[in-house]
Design a protein around this ligand. Structure first.
Ligand SMILES: *[C@@H]1O[C@H](CO)[C@@H](O)[C@H](O)[C@H]1NC(C)=O
Length: 170
């Protein structure tokens, strides 16, 4: 019994060291997500501080060819998706070698700018990589996040109910 506990503890600490960002995949007819990483976020919710930019790598395996791929990012607040403005949604400029082939693996390197003008709140961030011509997703995911001006402010936010983070639907 004792040794089982030690094993469990060990695997927990290994998870903490190498854990990727927790996310939930949504339907994507054109591909399957392999890995997803947001700078400094290995536990839910991701904590974003205003005025910072957060790098994200999203790796997927393609199931269909396409000449172009676009990035779409939404903040889902109280069930309502609000588009995050992107300076250039062309994913072929973000590490994806276009045209995309069937079966190959691609990584998009994105940046999420958390502007000082954003309100402090809890939200879901929804990210999609979409085939330009066919309007089908290569990758679709969402993850919970909090946006604050400083880490102190976190205490004043309405938190995520423990264990319910992915159950709030939008
Ligand atoms: C994204 O990938 C690049 C290149 O492999 C790496 O240097 C960077 O640290 C990665 N960033 C994240 C947030 O995983």
């Amino acid at each position: 019994m004792y040794s089982i506990c030690i094993l469990v503890l060990l695997s927990c600490s290994f998870n903490d060291v190498w854990a990727a960002t927790p996310y939930q995949a949504c339907d994507s007819a054109f591909g399957t997500i392999q890995t997803f990483d947001v700078t400094g976020c290995t536990t839910s919710p991701c904590k974003f501080t205003k005025g910072n930019s957060y790098a994200m790598n999203l790796t997927f395996q393609s199931k269909a060819p396409s000449n172009s791929v676009k990035v779409s990012i939404h903040g889902v607040i109280a069930g309502i998706p609000i588009p995050f403005p992107l300076p250039d949604p062309d994913a072929c400029k973000l590490g994806i070698a276009c045209p995309v082939n069937e079966h190959d693996v691609y990584t998009a390197s994105l940046a999420l700018e958390v502007l000082s003008s954003y309100p402090s709140l809890s939200l879901y961030v929804k990210i999609e990589l979409v085939s330009g011509e066919k309007d089908q997703d290569y990758a679709c995911l969402r993850f919970p996040a909090t946006i604050t001006s400083s880490t102190n402010e976190l205490n004043n936010l309405v938190g995520w109910e423990k264990g319910k983070i992915f159950e709030i639907l939008y």
